[in-house]
Design a protein around this ligand. Structure first.
Ligand code: FES
Length: 100
């Protein structure tokens, strides 16, 4: 697990792009839960920092609107695409991610 950010730096219903071991990782928070995911949409590579957060635990790509489960990365609209997500652990106010 690698330190990624302070929890307080990630706005509720918001995102924060960080660099962890040379990789761009997008941190997302909905209803207090923090998720870590790859920056690029697995469909056609749209930058997910522009994605929409309308429901807890889900993110919608800004380009074609495909919805992904933030916990599993599964795409509800096109199951052949899976968003890469990373395990997250909160240690006090610190957010750690496992990017393997
Ligand atoms: S690029 Fe994300 S849904 Fe098409």
């Amino acid at each position: 697990m690698v330190f990624a950010a302070k929890n307080a730096e990630i706005p509720e219903w918001g995102k924060k792009l960080v660099e962890v071991e040379g990789q761009s990782i997008l941190l997302v928070k909905t209803k207090g839960a923090v998720y870590a995911l790859e920056r690029e949409c697995p469909h056609q590579g749209a930058p997910m920092e522009g994605a929409f957060l309308k429901e807890a635990g889900r993110i919608s790509c800004p380009r074609h609107g495909y919805r992904f489960d933030l916990a599993t990365g599964a795409c509800e609209d096109r199951p052949e695409f899976t968003l890469r997500v990373y395990p997250v652990e909160l240690r006090g106010d610190d957010v750690y991610v496992e990017i393997g």
